[in-house]
Design a protein around this ligand. Structure first.
Ligand SMILES: O=C(CO)COP(=O)(O)O
Ligand SMILES: O=C[C@H](O)COP(=O)(O)O
Ligand SMILES: [Zn+2]
Ligand SMILES: [Zn+2]
Length: 284
């Protein structure tokens, strides 16, 4: 199949009461793992490229790998820009073939975030590319952007209503207590805030920083309107842990395929498990 926009997947997820997994990809093995896991689970899936992935692999390689992966499976696959930083970057991704983009204007004022998001929606929608925006600041690390817990501002529900009305964006990432990267303690999600946001906006809600969030909390967030769940850190952990294990077991191994192949398998297992938790298994 060819790449589909995220909005098409999220519309169905919203109607069906499940979430689509959005998994970060940085290299060929992880792209293959995401596709294999989605195919095995008969689930729609989103591959997304962060700022770090773009620096590491480049927009063209990522697009080419995602296109090949999508063509080789019988489930819908979207390619999404994660935390897009500027209008120019969004345009480069769209020209390259991304089917969906995020414009992260959360570090700007509300007015500037609205203006930037509107500009992206105006350019993306006519070419069938869906747009995710961010309101409030999600904690943790987004490549060069470090948001300390104290600065991680939660999304204001009324602002979310105005933001969606003004931008007509397709999906909204909210700050309700999750953070990117590894958690120090157990994350505590502000479900009351999520419920309030849900009552004021009808578009799909996106949960970032979902690695390390307990299964029950993820399920509750989905019940309250989250339709896209982003996972990066847990894939990194599964992948690198398996590399370490193989190297420890076979210290003389010099064939990268013997190390990266098992790591790819570990990523498949992890992603399949997440897809089942999100309820998207069998929904393709
Ligand atoms: O939100 C994410 C990507 O945008 C992923 O967050 P984690 O790395 O915490 O899973
Ligand atoms: O945005 C969230 C990502 O997990 C950060 O990833 P990055 O280091 O690849 O930019
Ligand atoms: Zn952000
Ligand atoms: Zn994120």
């Amino acid at each position: 199949m060819s790449l589909v926009p995220v909005s098409a997947l999220l519309r169905e997820a919203q109607a069906g009461g499940y979430a689509v997994g959005a998994f970060n990809c940085n290299n060929m093995e992880i792209v293959q793992a995401i596709a294999a896991a989605a195919e095995a689970e008969k689930a729609p899936v989103i591959m997304q490229a962060s700022q770090g992935a773009i620096k590491y692999a480049g927009i063209e390689y990522i697009t080419a790998m995602a296109n090949v992966a999508a063509a080789m499976v019988n489930v819908p696959v979207a390619l999404h820009l994660d935390h897009g930083t500027s209008f120019d970057q969004v345009m480069r991704c769209i020209r390259s073939g991304f089917s969906s983009v995020m414009i992260d204007g959360s570090k700007h004022t509300l007015e500037d975030n609205i203006a930037l998001t509107r500009q992206v929606v105006a350019a993306a929608r006519p070419v069938g590319v869906s747009v995710e925006a961010e309101l409030g600041k999600i904690g943790g690390t987004e490549d060069d952007i470090h948001v300390s817990d104290a600065d991680a501002f939660f999304t204001d529900p009324e602002e979310a209503r105005v933001f969606v009305q003004e931008t007509r964006v397709d999906a909204l990432a909210v700050a309700i207590g999750t953070a990117h990267g590894r958690y120090k303690g157990e994350p505590r999600l502000d479900f009351a805030r999520l419920e309030k946001i849900r009552s004021l906006i009808s578009i799909p809600i996106v949960l970032h920083g979902s690695s390390g969030v307990p299964e029950e909390a993820i399920r509750e967030a989905i019940r309250l309107g989250v339709c896209k769940v982003n996972i990066d850190t847990n894939i990194r952990e599964a992948f690198v842990d398996r590399c370490r294990k193989v190297i420890a077991d076979c210290p003389d191994e010099i064939d990268p395929r013997k190390i990266l192949g098992p790591a790819r398998e570990a990523a498949v297992e992890l992603i399949r498990e997440k897809i089942r938790i999100f309820g998207s298994s069998g929904k393709a």
